[in-house]
Design a protein around this ligand. Structure first.
Ligand SMILES: *Cc1c(COP(=O)(O)O)cnc(C)c1O
Length: 383
């Protein structure tokens, strides 16, 4: 099957050297000591990119598995869990907490702004009896970025473990797991890492391990139980068969990032994102985010007389390109321009903006200039 080209905030483009790694011959990965050593080394390389010396595990599954595994492994029946909500994924954590018997306390904020740290502080002063708290680094459907460097240490001050969904943040935005004291940091291969879909990433702090070890009840899952990996190196066996080719592909993608330099990767994302945001506004459209826009994705409000879904459909039919709208209540309101990982390059962003410009014009929107050109102008101004 040949798929239509797509341009979305994940899965992102996968570079050729990463795709080629998928074609390598593999062997029996469950018991081969060499593979287990290799798996461990890739986990450590992943940790290096995330800024942590904590244990990192690659789980066979997609990013969502990381979120579920964090909640499954920490939650015991009756545990109070603070769910910080300023986006669709942020709110969604409450379902995982509840599924494993916990009692989510959802603290909701304006979806167009980053989580206000001072309001969280005020709340915690009154109530901090939580086993752990969850929040999202970049909440992709609305393109909002939360300040991990403030939120996570604040929660730790109150002895609350932190679970952070950085699936769509890490690599595009600094995550610095150790510096920011994140207990369980969740990632996925298919966003800014630009590896194939298929592995969920978790880093696990000693505090999180202690909490799991002190459970009074068993973890109510096998696949989402982070403890099934305990001692895998000494035992010389992994709990289930790893997709070895995907692990190899991830390693190549991580090497691509490390070879470019992490600071250079962050700068590339920042430059592209800033130019996208400026060009969209110069063109006459509004951003969904009022403050705290992520450098990995931009959410653009599509005027209701056009509608994001109609624009998406039109572009698919006329220009053979799949572009992303949003989810839930924002599905017909927001168009998302993903510029993370391999998609955060000028040529790719220019071509998608040119298609969006054409699509909008076809549907009667009078943009102020040419969106692609405005993007190039904005990039030039940055230099
Ligand atoms: C993509 C993403 C995930 C993983 O979920 P998908 O099934 O790929 O949508 C989790 N959290 C966030 C914030 C994401 O952007």
């Amino acid at each position: 099957m040949r798929f239509k080209p797509s341009y979305a905030p994940g899965p992102t483009d996968v570079r050729e050297n990463v795709r080629l790694a998928l074609a390598k011959k593999t062997n029996n990965t469950d018991f081969d000591k060499e593979f287990i050593q290799y798996y461990h080394e890739v986990c450590q390389k992943m940790g290096k990119v995330m800024g942590t010396t904590n244990e990192v595990l690659l789980l066979a599954g997609e990013g969502i598995l990381a979120l579920e595994a964090a909640c499954a492994s920490l939650t015991e029946p009756g545990d109070r869990v603070l769910v910080l909500d300023n986006g669709i994924y942020g709110e969604g954590f409450k379902d995982f907490v509840r599924m494993y018997g916990g009692e989510p306390v959802v603290l909701s904020f304006d979806y167009q702004k980053s989580i206000p740290v001072e309001e969280v502080r005020d709340f915690l002063e009154k109530d901090h009896d939580f086993k752990y708290a969850t929040f999202v680094h970049c909440d992709t459907p609305t393109a909002i970025l939360n300040d991990v460097s403030q939120l996570s240490p604040l929660l730790k001050e109150y002895g609350i473990l932190t679970v952070v969904d950085s699936v769509a943040g890490m690599v595009g935005e600094p995550i610095d797991v150790d510096k920011n004291q994140i207990d369980i940091c969740c990632g996925g291969t298919q966003k800014a890492i630009s590896a194939p879909v298929g592995l969920a990433i978790v880093s696990i702090s000693d505090d999180a391990k202690k909490s799991m070890n002190n459970r009074k009840t068993p973890i109510a899952s096998y696949y989402a139980n982070l403890q099934i990996f305990n001692g895998y190196i000494e035992k010389g066996t992994l709990p289930y068969t790893m997709p070895a080719s995907t692990v190899e592909a991830l390693e190549v993608a991580l090497d691509n990032i490390l070879n470019e330099g992490q600071k250079a990767v962050y700068d590339r994302h920042a430059k592209i994102a800033q130019a996208v945001r400026k060009s969209v506004q110069d063109y006459g459209l509004s951003l969904f985010v009022e403050s705290g826009a992520s450098n990995t994705v931009t959410a653009v409000i599509i005027p209701s007389e056009i509608g994001a879904l109609r624009l998406q459909n039109h572009i698919q039919e006329t220009y053979n390109l799949y572009i992303a709208t949003s989810l839930a209540q924002y599905e017909d309101v927001i168009l998302r321009i993903g510029h993370m990982g391999e998609n955060a390059f000028t040529d790719k962003v220019l071509s998608v903006l040119t298609v969006i410009d054409n699509g909008l014009r076809d549907l009667g929107f009078e943009g102020k200039g040419n969106l692609g050109q405005l993007f190039l102008d904005a990039l030039r101004e940055e230099n």
